[in-house]
Write a protein that binds this ligand. Structure first.
Ligand code: UD1
Length: 417
């Protein structure tokens, strides 16, 4: 398995362009099923998770091809009897996002229960609650779930928690349903709005995406489109912290300040120096890193997907930082690995208490999940000596050419096959 070997202490310099959002493109590719037509997704990030969802569609009579960073998807050949390859579904939780589109287009779908990052139990009850409210019968068998409906009918659905995946799946199920669906306490993440914009371009009638109430009026059919997803705010935030933690000047391009506000606020609080422009942010080192308290929340709160990376920064910030993880129940696996590098972290339930240290030391660590892996890269970039990060297949799921991008910024980083 591939490893990353990083020699710390090298300042970064230059400009990095942020790729399209993983968490937008996965539901968008799933949503292309609804068109029964040809869709083109532009500027697609070359990520393991993107290949997995494309393979998943290919396992269901979909023609998928890649050309010049664009993905061409023709879902006209999918049959109502098609079932996605179970091994691929178990590789990635987002595979479950094909359930809403299949149910909507064919009135039936059977799929293995999904996999994904090891960050808590991650149930699917809210997705199923939504499908049931739209009139589907759900059969939960050993390792699979099957949903069937004569005709989906719009309904009012209140989500007990603003789940990103459940909001997306229900929205996709509702676009071809009869009548109006209202999702209350919906997730407000920018990627929800992006998916809605894709669906609207295909002919869907959706209002309020990006707020906590989404109204969908079912239409008879949708058509293929060409679409460019928004930038990846988590990739952008990761490079912003890379610049801050290494006390370097880096220009992060292709971003919108609006979607990065919680990360910007915390970086400024920590002592980082930021210049915000149109479609770019420059992080120009820091004037002494200070401790900060952080609570992860659904958008527009601080993203759980940035929690591990900001913990690396807190490890080197003067004073005591408290990080509270409210979205996932078991998302502190990276703390153990950071401690191996010399960090002073105590975990108490959903809180991590971090006493800043003067420096970290390179050693052998492993990426326990995608963002945990990113956190280790950040720590390694400023650690004394050499860090070897194992199990980096997690990182490849969500960061485009990560070692190439860091090399371009001057980092001493190598991938060992
Ligand atoms: C998405 C993102 C992931 C991010 C997460 C939270 C994608 C592909 N992935 O994941 O990167 O970390 O949002 O911002 O977009 N829950 C339930 N029942 C459900 C569904 C979820 O209890 O039916 C709980 C989960 O266990 C978790 C919380 O809700 O504790 C958030 O999960 P959710 O918002 O659904 O995350 P994902 O869509 O899986």
């Amino acid at each position: 398995m591939d490893k990353l070997v990083i020699k710390g202490g090298v300042p970064l310099k230059g400009e990095i362009t942020i790729s399209a959002a993983k968490n937008s493109i996965l539901p968008i590719i799933a949503a292309s099923i609804l068109s029964g037509d040809k869709c083109i997704i532009n500027n697609a990030p070359t990520l393991e998770d993107v290949y997995v969802i494309c393979d998943l569609l290919s396992s269901m009579n979909t023609k998928v091809s890649f050309n010049d960073n664009n993905i061409y998807i023709d879902t006209s050949g999918i049959l109502s009897t098609d079932e996605p390859d179970g091994d691929l579904v178990r590789k990635m939780r987002a595979s479950f996002l094909i359930m809403g589109p299949m149910l909507s287009r064919f009135g039936k779908v059977k799929i293995s229960l999904p996999g994904g990052c090891n960050i808590g139990t991650r149930p699917i009850d809210l997705h199923l609650k939504g499908f049931r409210a739209l009139g589907a019968n759900i059969d939960l068998g050993y390792g699979y779930v099957e949903a069937k409906a004569e005709k989906l009918k719009g309904n009012n659905i209140y989500l007990d928690f603003p789940s990103v995946g459940a909001t997306e799946n229900i929205m996709m199920a509702a676009v071809l349903a009869e009548g109006e669906t209202i999702i209350e306490n919906a997730a407000e993440e920018p990627e929800i709005k992006d998916l809605a914009n894709f669906l609207i371009q295909m002919g869907a009638n959706i209002q309020g995406a990006g707020s906590d109430t989404i109204r969908i009026t079912g239409v008879k059919n949708l058509h293929g489109v060409s679409y460019t997803p928004i930038f990846d705010r988590i990739e952008a935030g990761t490079y912003m912290i890379a610049a801050a933690i290494t006390n370097s000047k880096v220009k992060i391009s292709g971003v919108e300040e609006e979607y990065l506000r919680p990360v910007i606020a915390k970086l400024i609080e920590s002592g980082a120096s930021l210049e915000i422009g149109e479609k770019f942010i420059i992080v120009n080192g820091h004037n002494g890193l200070r401790a900060m308290d952080i609570k992860t929340m659904p958008y527009p709160g601080f993203p759980t997907d940035m929690q591990a990376q900001i913990m690396s920064l807190a490890c080197l910030s003067k004073g005591t930082s408290i990080i509270t993880e409210t979205v996932f129940e078991n998302r502190f696996m990276h703390a153990g690995e950071l401690k191996r590098m010399g960090a002073n972290i105590k975990i108490d339930g959903r809180c991590a208490i971090i006493e800043g240290v003067k420096s970290l030391s390179g050693c052998n660590v492993k990426a326990t999940d995608l963002r945990a892996g990113a956190a280790l890269i950040l720590a390694a970039l400023c650690a004394d000596g050499v860090t070897t990060i194992n199990d980096i297949y997690h990182i490849d799921r969500g960061y485009v050419s990560i070692e190439e991008k860091f090399k371009k910024l001057g980092a001493n980083i190598e991938r060992i096959k």
